[in-house]
Design a protein around this ligand. Structure first.
Ligand SMILES: Nc1ncnc2c1ncn2[C@@H]1O[C@H](COP(=O)(O)OP(=O)(O)OP(=O)(O)O)[C@@H](O)[C@H]1O
Length: 256
């Protein structure tokens, strides 16, 4: 049975830009879904609609009432005048989350788990880019979300830092199993993380390929497993996928 159901007939902005049309998919509870598509097609729009940040659309988006939802954006969006701990406490003060000792203990555990325990009183400008994302991950997971929306959360990080954070994310996801929708331009990242990859068309966005990743977990990282799957996929759907993706981050096999 699906946990999240999206049946988006259309989303048109007041300036007449149609960002999505006939975009449909469903997600099971605990599923990790990557969303890949060309720049400007409507990926952020889709997440905003699912989060309820924008309610002006035709169609239906449904998930169980009282679902706890977290959103992690491209930028970590930490308030610069608050310490790391206070940035995280802020979401615990939101009305739907009681500010109880169990949640504060959970914050401490996550800070420890993500190596931020010595930086809880630091301010965001004292942290590296990778540490800011770690703080944003703590903030995203501290409320134990059932639905986690992630909009290119590791973009603009160096590859080793991004790779490290992907492993942290996988560990946190495995522990609490939220349903995740993860927007990325990287097929490599999508294949490493997701159970399914939804490929979106150029604008207006709709799902043109719903691909189940045929890899067991834990996934290989930048190894031959992912590399050959990526090559297979590009070979199988060349017209569909050309132009959708940033160039592969793997080195291409040499031709003889
Ligand atoms: N508030 C808005 N008002 C008008 N048009 C908008 C608004 N927000 C987004 N758009 C337009 O809707 C389209 C989809 O934008 P969106 O940000 O959802 O794309 P995206 O796939 O997330 O892009 P990217 O990969 O570059 O982040 C774009 O043409 C964009 O210019």
């Amino acid at each position: 049975m699906s946990f999240l159901s999206v049946d988006l007939h259309s989303k048109t902005y007041p300036n007449s830009v149609c960002a999505a049309q006939d975009l449909r998919f469903a997600a099971k509870q605990g599923e990790f879904i990557a969303i890949v598509g060309p720049s400007g097609t409507g990926k952020s729009t889709l997440l905003n609609l699912i989060a309820g940040l924008d309610t002006d659309f035709a169609g239906t988006i449904s998930y169980p009432p009282q679902t706890t939802l977290s959103f992690m954006f491209q930028e970590p969006r930490l308030l610069p005048w608050l310490s790391v701990a206070d940035n995280i406490r802020l979401v615990l003060d939101a009305p739907q989350h009681c500010h109880d000792s169990a949640r504060l203990a959970r914050m401490d555990t996550l800070l420890q788990q993500l190596g931020l325990q010595d930086f809880r009183d630091s301010f965001p400008n004292q942290l590296s880019g990778g540490m800011k994302r770690r703080a944003a991950l703590v903030r995203a997971f501290v409320t134990q979300p059932q639905l986690l929306l992630m909009d290119e959360p590791f973009q603009s990080l160096d590859e080793p830092t991004a790779q490290d954070l992907r492993q942290v994310l996988l560990k946190l996801w495995a522990e609490s199993q939220p349903t995740v929708l993860f927007v990325t331009h990287s097929l490599n990242e999508a294949l490493l993380l997701a159970d399914r990859v939804l490929f979106l068309s150029p604008r207006p966005a709709k799902v043109i390929l719903d691909y189940r990743v045929p890899l067991p977990r834990p996934r290989p990282q930048a190894t031959s497993g992912l590399q050959s799957l990526q090559a297979e996929l590009l070979h199988e759907f060349p017209a569909l996928l050309s132009g959708l993706l940033t160039p592969p981050t793997f080195s291409q096999p040499h031709s003889p």
